[in-house]
Design a protein around this ligand. Structure first.
Ligand code: C5P
Length: 222
């Protein structure tokens, strides 16, 4: 049985999803974007105008929410209670608020349960912040991607411009720093490199090079 679980963690905008998608495609594995799940919940909480700091209210919303990661032929879509929110969950407003929603213990417990169900059959590449430490602690391959804030902000900036979005480099740096800080300092399963994770600094590497390194780790492990 060659179906492994591959956990890819790291700070905001380190290229996790781009690399994870590529690795999943190469191996014909399923890609699971756990950040999209926290983003979808954040969008719903914002729409319902509740206080995001209120753990029990946010948790109540989650209990009555379905979040589906749908694999299309060449892309993925995110369905929030059957509504396609793929684009909307990338908005500034969601990005700037998601880390507050994601720090609640009750919310994380429920999300981790859902994510573990998705990973139960293996053959998955899952990216996030706590995959190697909490969601799939027994993943056969654990990767921790890092890059400097400047590098991450510049990549995101380029990406935004290519997509025709408004983008401000300094603002991106601030946003990334803030998100990293909340994600690293929260009490429940903070962003942390698993002891047995392989760290890859992507600063001077292309997406292809990072994907190649991960595929090599997978090969070595088979
Ligand atoms: O991966 P992405 O940047 O889309 O994740 C958005 C946010 O969701 C993160 O900044 C973090 O607050 C939260 N998150 C998390 N645990 C995960 C994935 C994402 O707390 N496994």
């Amino acid at each position: 049985n060659h179906n492994l679980a591959i956990a890819i963690d790291g700070p905001a905008a380190a290229g996790k999803s781009t690399v994870a998608k590529r690795v999943a495609a190469k191996l014909s594995y399923i890609y699971i974007d756990t950040g999209a799940m926290y983003r979808a919940l954040t969008l719903k909480a914002l729409r319902e105008n509740i206080s995001l700091e209120n753990e029990s209210t946010v948790y109540d919303i989650l209990k009555n929410t379905t979040i589906l990661l749908k694999q299309n032929k060449d892309s993925q879509s995110v369905l929030l209670d059957d509504q396609d929110v793929t684009e909307e969950i990338r908005s500034q407003q969601v990005t700037n608020n998601v880390s507050v929603v994601a720090k609640h213990g009750a919310v994380r417990e429920e999300m981790v349960k859902r994510q573990q169900d998705l990973a139960a059959k293996r053959g998955v590449v899952m990216d996030g912040r706590d995959i190697g430490t909490h969601v799939i602690p027994d993943a056969e391959v654990k990767i921790f991607l890092i890059a400097s804030v400047d590098e991450r902000a510049e990549r995101r900036h380029k990406e935004n411009i290519e997509k025709g979005y408004n983008s401000n480099l300094e603002q991106l740096k601030d946003e990334i720093r803030k998100r990293d800080q909340i994600d690293s300092e929260r009490e429940v399963s903070p962003l942390l490199k698993a002891e047995d994770a392989i760290e890859i600094d992507t600063t001077s590497l292309s997406i292809e090079q990072v994907a190649e390194r991960i595929l090599q780790v997978v090969l070595d492990c088979k």
